[in-house]
Write a protein that binds this ligand. Structure first.
Ligand SMILES: *[C@@H]1O[C@H](CO)[C@@H](O)[C@H](O)[C@H]1NC(C)=O
Ligand SMILES: *[C@@H]1O[C@H](CO)[C@@H](O)[C@H](O)[C@H]1NC(C)=O
Ligand SMILES: *[C@@H]1O[C@H](CO)[C@@H](O)[C@H](O)[C@H]1NC(C)=O
Ligand SMILES: *[C@@H]1O[C@H](CO)[C@@H](O)[C@H](O)[C@H]1NC(C)=O
Ligand SMILES: *[C@@H]1O[C@H](CO)[C@@H](O)[C@H](O)[C@H]1NC(C)=O
Length: 247
């Protein structure tokens, strides 16, 4: 109940302060969410951009593949990943997987808070922690697959080092779940001075309260940071205005 009051306040504040634009995309999912980029504005990610595909692992994606929202999330995200790989040259794509270094799971102790949400996952060789098969990792294109052991995409790995070494200034986020890796990574990379975009169609929340939480984050919280929230249609169009990528 407290959530829904806070939510109402947040959404009404947003309505007063954010310029609305509804096309392309962004009609309703189930609530109408405005893109932060006007529909008639040409969007470019520049040349120093990286595509972050976060926690697309069997344990998380497989659990919702039989729902209609889950199927849409999978098909949009797979389409995006493939379109990025089709760029010439392909930009840096970074995937994250949650897994622990060995069966003792040394990254989480008995009182580590993340253990409550991620502690059931296993090691690198367990199928629950592997990338869901609809999503293609292209090693020849230089895709990086990083281990992670907390919510933030850069927790326990070389993400920040890679972004810095490759002179990346812009990141485009897809992944599961919106309240976990997406929100944590958006805040952290914003604070590190990256231009952050989140593709709304390529994010999803898990039950309970999934559509409400997703809407509140995409329409309420991210634009406040401010982080850009865009549609898959805008992201695909932006690829044509971006690059050639430097990687
Ligand atoms: C992306 O999301 C927007 C907003 O809900 C929707 O209008 C659009 O149809 C979606 N695109 C696809 C390909 O699902
Ligand atoms: C984009 O649309 C807004 C209103 O929706 C309008 O004010 C603006 O002039 C348009 N810009 C271009 C470049 O067409
Ligand atoms: C999806 O599959 C899970 C088990 O994998 C099941 O618990 C759930 O009820 C299914 N949902 C739908 C909508 O079929
Ligand atoms: C997976 O890795 C763990 C530890 O690294 C090892 O103990 C286990 O035997 C491996 N399992 C398989 C199926 O390879
Ligand atoms: C991007 O450019 C390609 C090649 O010209 C074209 O086939 C595709 O439709 C364009 N995509 C968008 C979203 O504009």
């Amino acid at each position: 109940m407290r959530l829904s009051n806070a939510t109402t306040a947040l959404l009404s504040a947003l309505t007063l302060t954010t310029a609305q634009s509804t096309t392309p995309g962004y009609d309703c999912m189930p609530t109408c969410i405005p893109s932060t980029i006007p529909a008639n504005q040409t969007l470019s990610f520049g040349r120093h951009y990286a595509v972050l595909n976060l926690d697309l692992i069997n344990a998380l994606v497989g659990a919702l593949s039989n729902t209609s929202a889950g199927a849409a999330f999978i098909s949009n995200t797979a389409r995006w990943i493939d379109a990025v790989h089709a760029q010439n040259p392909p930009p840096l794509s970074i995937f994250t997987r949650i897994y622990f270094t060995n069966s003792h799971k040394p990254e989480i102790g008995p009182t580590t808070p993340f253990g409550k949400v991620g502690g059931a996952l296993g090691t690198a060789n367990e199928s629950d922690t592997m990338i869901y098969p609809a999503f293609h990792v292209d090693e020849a294109a230089g895709d990086a697959v990083l281990q992670k052991t907390r919510y933030y995409a850069g927790a326990g790995n070389g993400l920040e080092e890679i972004l810095r070494a490759q002179h990346i200034d812009t990141v485009i986020l897809s992944g599961i779940r919106t309240s976990g890796v997406i929100l944590n990574t958006a805040y952290r990379l914003f604070n590190l001075d990256y231009n952050v975009y989140v593709i709304a169609n390529n994010t999803i929340e898990t039950a309970p309260n999934d559509p409400d939480i997703n809407t509140n984050i995409l329409a309420g919280i991210l634009p406040k940071i401010p982080v850009n929230v865009i549609t898959i249609e805008q992201a695909l169009a932006a690829l044509n205005s971006s690059g050639p990528a430097i990687y």
